[in-house]
Design a protein around this ligand. Structure first.
Ligand code: ZN
Length: 451
């Protein structure tokens, strides 16, 4: 007998949308279509049935010198309540070792409610570190991350080239923060020289040119090393043009982040502008249009949250120069409902595309497909029953992040997750978080195979 049947919802699969039942046996989907009697039934009439979202870009793990406000437990409470059932967190190379960063991430994630995996941030691309890559990939850690914006990237360019080559050989995808260090450093120094250290100058310190230059350089590096790269949080029309161009020459994926879909640089005229500081900065309305178009037409592959909130007090601390404000915001719980509300409901994104950018494409890039990211027989029963007509006003007080503000405070949203299941278990139901800390499991990432 089937353990659970989800009846009568509009199911979004790769073949399209259709009215169907879903059968779940144990942790997996055992049937889609007409489903016989089950021990438990969930009525999904009038609801959308979507695969759980996969967020390829979070910062939930600690480092030796930093403990995030949203650790794995708090961050994944927000994730589950928002329909994100798998998170990929950055972990950092530690004491020279990539493996040690992963081990720390594994310990931190023992409290995770969501399933999880990692990208290992490489801050020192030594021969020893590069030598760890094949073993890490064999153990399911087929992802690295590089910050081009760090001075280290400039000093060690050749070694980072060798790192990308090693990643290509082992089948690890390399996530890249593409902002040009020299441009950002020069602009920042100049602003400081003129005493322009207020947050309103933050956008000038990290101009579009810095992003465009780094994207072009990253593409070049991918083309020469055969590496597969994943450009995180692209924010501007010109960077997206460079991504389009890059896709013709190398294996390049592109991500954007909710901030760049909903807000513009006008936010930086507010007295509390620091609350929206993230890297890169918010851009112009024309850039917002370009991000939406690229998401719709496929130039951008995913939306990742870059979830790393800081408290109001930390963001607004008096006297902080623009380059000392801790970057990052909360986004895990609002990722899906806002993209549905602002994208699908407003006709900017199809439902199929919503599922593609939030679930299927990130699962593929992470080497988790078809276990994750799709409603199909045999896939993990990570399922969101989404009420397209629910009305919510976003209030930090109602959300599950440990953060005391939300970047979209006061936004009216149409559509919200009603039931969220992870591996066949109801984790969230009508406002109640049911999953317990430690429910999440490590998801092994398969190496990428060149096509
Ligand atoms: Zn990030």
């Amino acid at each position: 007998m089937i353990d659970l049947a989800i009846r009568g919802g509009t199911v979004v699969t790769p073949e399209g949308e259709r009215r169907a039942d879903i059968a779940i046996a144990g942790e997996r989907i055992s049937g889609i279509g007409d489903v016989g009697p089950a021990q438990r039934e969930i009525d999904a009439r009038g609801k959308l049935v979507l695969p759980g979202c996969v967020d390829l870009h979070t910062h939930l793990a600690s480092t030796p010198t930093f403990a995030p406000l949203d650790d794995f437990e708090h961050g994944t409470r927000a994730a589950i309540a928002g329909g994100v059932t798998t998170v990929v967190s950055m972990v950092y190379q530690e004491g020279g070792s990539l493996r040690r960063g992963v081990e720390r991430g594994m310990r931190d994630a023992e409290r995770s409610l969501a399933d999880f995996a990692f990208h290992v941030v490489v801050t020192d691309p030594t021969e020893t570190a590069r030598g760890e890559i094949p073993g890490l990939v064999r153990d399911g850690h087929a992802g690295l991350k590089v910050f081009m914006v760090s001075p280290r990237f400039v000093e060690r360019r050749a070694d980072y080239g060798l790192l990308l080559r090693a990643a290509a050989q082992a089948g690890a995808v390399v996530a890249i923060h593409a902002e040009d260090h020299a441009t950002v450093a020069a602009r920042t120094a100049e602003l400081h020289r003129h005493g322009r250290t207020g947050v309103q100058h933050f956008p000038e310190s990290r101009p579009v040119e810095a992003e465009v230059k780094a994207v072009a350089e990253a593409v070049e590096l991918a083309a020469t090393t055969q590496a597969t790269i994943y450009l995180v949080h692209l924010s501007s029309r010109r960077a997206i043009d460079a991504l389009r161009e890059g896709k013709r020459r190398a294996r390049v994926f592109g991500e954007t982040r909710p901030l760049y879909l909903y807000l513009t640089r006008a936010q930086f005229d507010r007295p509390d502008a620091a609350l929206w500081v993230g890297q890169p900065p918010l851009r112009e309305a024309d850039d917002v249009d370009a991000v939406w178009s690229a998401l719709a037409d496929g130039a951008l592959d995913t939306v990742g949250t870059d979830h790393i909130p800081h408290s109001r007090a930390a963001k607004l601390a008096a006297g902080l120069a623009f380059d000392k404000i801790p970057p990052g915001v909360s986004n895990l719980e609002t990722l899906l409902p806002m993209l549905y509300s602002e994208g699908v409901r407003k006709g900017r994104l199809t439902l199929a595309r919503l599922v593609e950018v939030l679930a299927t494409a990130p699962a593929r890039i992470a080497g988790m497909y078809p276990r994750k990211g799709v409603l199909a027989v045999g896939s993990d029963a990570d399922i969101v029953i989404f009420d397209p007509n629910a009305r919510r006003t976003i209030r930090a007080a109602d959300l599950h992040s440990a953060c005391d503000y939300d970047p979209y405070e006061g936004w009216d949203v149409r559509g919200w997750p009603e039931v969220v299941m992870t591996r066949g278990e109801v984790a969230f139901e009508r406002g109640d978080l049911r999953a317990t800390a430690g429910r999440g499991r490590f998801v092994s990432r398969a190496p990428l195979v060149a096509d």
